[in-house]
Design a protein around this ligand. Structure first.
Ligand SMILES: Cc1ncc(COP(=O)(O)O)c(C=O)c1O
Length: 406
């Protein structure tokens, strides 16, 4: 499945990224050849350019004095600019933070809430977009309410119905795709209703940015965050936070760090703290300027931009569609139906729900065949990237059907 690993310290620019066939795409990734890795929703597969960038940065780190300050600061701005292309190109709105939970804690700390207000989140939403709201509600007396689906109902309709029925919703904290099974939320329908009711929209796009298009202009959120190491294929510990314009002048960072302040005066023991740097830079977190993580994220974002959003999205869609068709062909359509409309299924990952008695057997057979995926709460989460071929997705479907039948 994969070609030879590049030697340590190779410069990332020398690794070819122009492949267009399935085999060529697969060779862009350093996934072990005996593995069909289907867990991008946990951790993106490692691009060879990203591996090479990490090794290059590590090698350069033996002589940190040779890395110029300007070059280092520029590498932060390069990541900001490259990630901003996923946020309508708004580079002034992007801050670099270590995790989704950090960015969502920052949103929770800044958005006004008081007793009697309500914060809406989804049932079983990822904890990074739940815990900050629970904490803030406990501090302010605001109420946290879970949106729950009735049988057959999609998340979008459940959110719209709860919004319509609930008093004083001030914050709607949502993903675009539920992390369990890729159940989609139609933010084009939800965002206007949230706005009309005066609710601030806060988005955790960790399970969609890089795989599905996002639109700041249409959704008009207050804060958006995504980790960089899943569908954005970059380094763990470097996430992207987008903040709406009003927060760039009055938002309060979670920490007081020198890198978020005016560099001309911050080292001169000023009597009062100097101004924050421009735009969302006031929210840049300490420690994010690690050259290795910056280099990895730069390489990942470059590759995604070289491929283009449309091509990545359609490539992922083709892989999930091949798996679905194969399972449908074996009479297992029910296993991917998920109890909600097909139009609500994400195109880039899916939750497979075998009958309870079969789940462990299927999970074991997949593991034995070198297929890596997450198995949680009765669902096998299948999340490929472009390193997996359409044929391999069909092979996985056939294997599942064989175990189910036998
Ligand atoms: C929806 C979602 N949000 C956030 C995260 C990660 O959050 P954090 O960066 O806070 O660890 C994950 C998975 O790890 C996730 O699935």
């Amino acid at each position: 499945m994969s070609a030879k690993t590049p030697p340590h310290g190779i410069h990332p620019d020398t690794v070819s990224t122009t492949a267009s066939t399935d085999a060529g795409l697969s060779a862009c990734f350093a996934v072990p050849a005996d593995t069909i890795y289907l867990d991008t929703a946990a951790h993106g597969p490692r691009l060879r350019t990203v591996q090479a960038a990490a090794e290059h940065a590590l090698a350069a780190g033996v002589a940190p004095w040779r890395i110029g300050t300007d070059e280092w600061l520029q590498s932060i701005e390069d990541v900001r600019a490259a990630s901003a292309r996923f946020f309508d190109g708004d580079r002034e709105g992007v801050a670099l933070v270590p995790s989704a939970g950090y960015g969502l804690s920052l949103a929770a700390r800044n958005l006004p809430l008081e007793e009697g207000d309500t914060v809406l989140v989804l049932d079983r939403q990822f904890p990074s977009n739940l815990l900050p709201w629970q904490q803030r509600c406990a501090e302010t007396g605001a109420r946290l309410q879970f949106v729950r689906r009735s049988p057959g109902q999609g998340w979008t309709d459940a959110v719209l119905a709860t919004l319509a029925d609930t008093r004083a919703v001030r914050v709607l904290a949502l993903p675009q795709a539920h992390w369990h099974d890729g159940h989609l939320l139609d933010l084009d329908r939800i965002a206007p209703q949230a706005r009309d009711g005066g609710a601030a929209l806060v988005l955790d796009l960790s399970q969609s940015l890089g795989a599905l298009p996002a639109s700041i202009a249409r959704w008009q959120p207050e804060f958006v965050v995504s980790v960089g190491h899943k569908w954005l294929l970059g380094a763990q510990g470097l996430a992207y936070l987008w903040a709406a314009p009003q927060w760039r002048t009055r938002g309060m960072p979670l920490e007081q760090g020198w890198m978020a302040r005016d560099g001309a005066t911050v080292f001169a023991s000023p009597a009062v703290p100097p101004d924050y740097r421009q735009g969302a830079r006031r929210f840049d977190a300490g420690g994010i300027a690690d050259p290795q993580r910056l280099a990895m994220s730069t390489a990942a974002l470059k590759q995604l931009h070289d491929w283009g959003m449309a091509r990545v999205a359609s490539g992922l869609q083709a892989r999930i569609a091949a798996l679905r068709e194969t399972l449908d062909g074996h009479g297992l359509a029910e296993w991917t139906a998920s109890g909600y409309a097909a139009s609500d299924h994400a195109a880039h990952f899916l939750g497979l729900r075998p009958p309870a008695g079969q789940l462990d057997r299927i999970a074991d057979a997949l593991a034995d065949a070198g297929v890596v995926c997450t198995h949680r709460q009765g669902i096998l989460r299948i999340a490929p990237h472009l390193h997996v071929s359409v044929d391999e997705m069909r092979y996985v479907g056939d294997l599942v059907a064989k175990v189910a039948g036998g």
